[in-house]
Design a protein around this ligand. Structure first.
Ligand code: IPD
Ligand code: CA
Ligand code: CA
Length: 292
């Protein structure tokens, strides 16, 4: 395991302890409102401070982008942190939330850790070295079509509520085809589940870099694909489709026709052609490796 991943795992476990302790002593959890239906607790803040403290002690010159404290430092290496992904779930004692830590060097995500403190599952990846759940190498699922697939998603809310109508049209198409659709409520974990083959695909509008930075590396290292909603290159901008190569493409075909203009790539038709070729190449590569 790369030393950065080791340190990030240590930080994620410490944050996990804070979160689980918070859950056990619910009356001690303080809640503040960031905006309409947007909450933060002292647990989010304490977990984030602990993560940054551990990483800063090990790497004093690195930069940080963290959900609660924002951007700090100026360096080629940036740690992108969501200390508690799934705060709404946490606040209700609904046990689906995670810690997400990614390490970006210049514009590439190099290392990823997603930790589920309830199940004590640690998902890790380093670019070029594969994705793991503990010591087990992860591969995306082998599901061949959107029909029969289990899909995870996130509903648009808060500042993305105005996308509700196009989102409902996307959801309707996916629901008419797939075997099931889930809205678990912690995007970093949804992405980790794509990497682990527990769901076959995922899409959401309006995520943030700290929600997706770690999860997207997990998926890529597990043989899956990630893109914007009509197949453009995903640069942590928050509008995301992911999946095993076949279901990923099926999802894009289901979603893209419903995209409002501001969610489309400028070169929409070209992006769709390019992504179809990319998915085909990934399918070919995995069948040559004897996987498909
Ligand atoms: C949220 C969760 C949720 C997603 C939201 C995110 P938070 O993160 O990942 O699944 O639908 O868009 O903001 O606020 O709980 O860290
Ligand atoms: Ca989050
Ligand atoms: Ca969060």
């Amino acid at each position: 395991m790369h030393p950065y991943v080791n340190t990030a795992v240590r930080a994620a476990r410490k944050a996990g302890e804070i979160i689980v302790r918070g859950l056990a002593r619910f009356e001690g959890v303080e809640t503040a409102t960031k905006g309409l239906n947007d909450f933060v607790t002292n647990i989010d803040r304490n977990a984030e401070a602990e993560i940054i403290n551990i990483l800063k002690t090990a790497y004093p010159h690195h930069a940080f982008l963290a959900e609660e404290s924002g951007a700090s430092g100026n360096a080629d290496t940036t740690w992108i942190i969501d200390p508690l992904d799934g705060t709404t779930n946490f606040m209700h004692g609904f046990p689906q939330f995670a810690v997400s830590i990614a390490c970006q060097v210049r514009d590439r995500i190099e290392h990823a850790v997603v930790y589920d403190p309830m199940r004590q599952e640690i998902f890790t990846a380093s670019k070029g070295s594969g994705a793991y759940l503990e010591n087990r190498r992860l591969r995306v699922s082998k599901q061949r079509t959107l029909q029969g697939a289990l899909i995870a998603t996130g509903f648009p809310y808060r500042e993305n509520l105005h996308y509700l109508d196009p989102y409902m049209a996307m959801l309707k198409t996916v629901m008419q085809t797939a075997a099931g659709v889930r809205r678990p409520g912690a995007a970093a974990l949804d992405l980790a589940y794509v990497a682990a083959g527990r769901v076959d695909g995922f899409w959401e509008i309006g995520l943030k870099a700290w929600d997706t930075a770690a999860g997207t590396l997990l998926i890529r290292e597990a043989g899956g694909l990630v893109a914007t909603l009509d197949g453009g290159e995903y640069r942590q901008n928050g509008n995301i489709v992911a999946g095993n190569p076949r279901v990923f493409m099926g999802l894009i075909e289901a979603i893209a026709p419903h995209l409002p203009a501001d969610l489309r790539e400028a070169a929409h038709e070209q992006a769709l052609k390019d992504v179809a070729a990319r998915a085909q190449a990934a399918i070919q590569a995995s069948s040559e490796a004897g996987e498909a």
